[in-house]
Design a binder for this molecule. Structure first.
Ligand code: GLU
Length: 293
């Protein structure tokens, strides 16, 4: 399709997507008042994903929340200041929280007669050729079996050298690894704006990005204003870079109504759509290796 092709056409193409990765962040899964899990939202999320399966799609969920859920479970108010102890605290919380999170997901997926699996990844899963090959095969097998893989970073063992650091990038990396054709980032913001809409009332909403220019990449802001999760607009633009370079369309949409998922797949104009193109020179393991270095 030509550049500047019409937006409606691009949106309509989303109906035919076959393999879809959905990412949800910690702040979208918790009640803001208490930090406890929002079961209503989780239920809607799982129902939407199961319904995608019922439409015959392959589905992957990339979910955050391990650290936040674990922190709640062990009644930890604050993490210590930077340093080894703070890292160990977070990793301990992730160990507790990841198991709890999966238990909750398993329970709800089972209610809809779907089987879910857990895949925890570090950078090594992508950078190391054998690990990447094995991970790819595992995903393929799970799709064949009709299972929904639930992915998170392996926060319990991932320290600086081997961590992705945020699940926006991780979800795009997973999408590229499994050769998905659509990535949907559910976030606490409607999509991409020309500036931070919380600070600048003249900020304009961007409905479609056909080409990720340097200028756009610069627009990423360090934070979305939420204090949980790590994904500001910057990480979402990095995710867009990875996804679109791998020929994967990506949509950022607001998680306040998770039912947008099936509407996006119906081709409705929701959130910001980044149109995938193919960059023959894009090297996923190379890109991942230099992240954060
Ligand atoms: N992997 C982290 C967790 O599950 C969250 C990272 C992120 O929110 O981007 O707690």
């Amino acid at each position: 399709m030509k550049k500047n092709g019409n937006h409606e056409e691009y949106r309509k193409r989303l109906k035919d997507k076959k393999r879809i990765v959905v990412k949800i962040g910690s702040s979208s899964l918790q009640h803001p008042e208490t930090g406890d899990l929002d079961y209503t939202k989780l239920d809607v999320l799982v129902r939407e994903l199961c319904d995608m399966r019922n439409r015959g799609k392959d589905v992957v969920l990339v979910t955050s929340g391990a650290i936040a859920v674990g922190k709640k479970a062990v009644h930890l108010r604050e993490f210590g200041q930077a340093g080894e102890r703070a890292i160990a605290e977070k990793q301990a919380c992730a160990a507790v929280g990841q198991a709890r999170l999966m238990m909750t997901y398993q329970k709800i997926f089972a209610e809809y007669n779907q089987v879910a699996a857990q895949i925890l990844m570090t950078k090594n899963t992508i950078v190391d050729n054998l690990n990447r090959y094995n991970a790819h095969n595992t995903f393929s097998e799970l799709f064949k079996l009709g299972v929904i893989p639930i992915v998170n970073e392996n926060d319990t063992v991932a320290t600086y050298e081997i961590e992705f650091g945020d699940n926006d990038s991780l979800s795009a990396i997973v999408a590229a690894l499994v050769e998905a054709d659509l990535l949907i980032l559910l976030s606490d913001i409607d999509g991409l704006y020309t500036d931070d809409p919380r600070k600048n009332k003249d900020a304009r909403f961007i409905r479609i990005v056909e080409e990720l220019s340097e200028e756009l990449m610069e627009m990423g802001k360090p934070s979305t204003g939420s204090d949980v999760g790590t994904g500001g607009m910057n990480t979402k633009l990095i995710a867009a870079k990875i996804a679109t370079s791998s020929h994967i369309d990506m949509v950022i949409a607001n998680s306040k109504d998770i039912k947008v998922l099936h509407r996006i797949l119906d081709g409705q104009d929701i959130g910001t759509l980044f149109v995938g193109s193919r960059d023959a020179y894009f090297d996923l393991p190379g890109f991942v290796e230099q992240m954060h270095s």
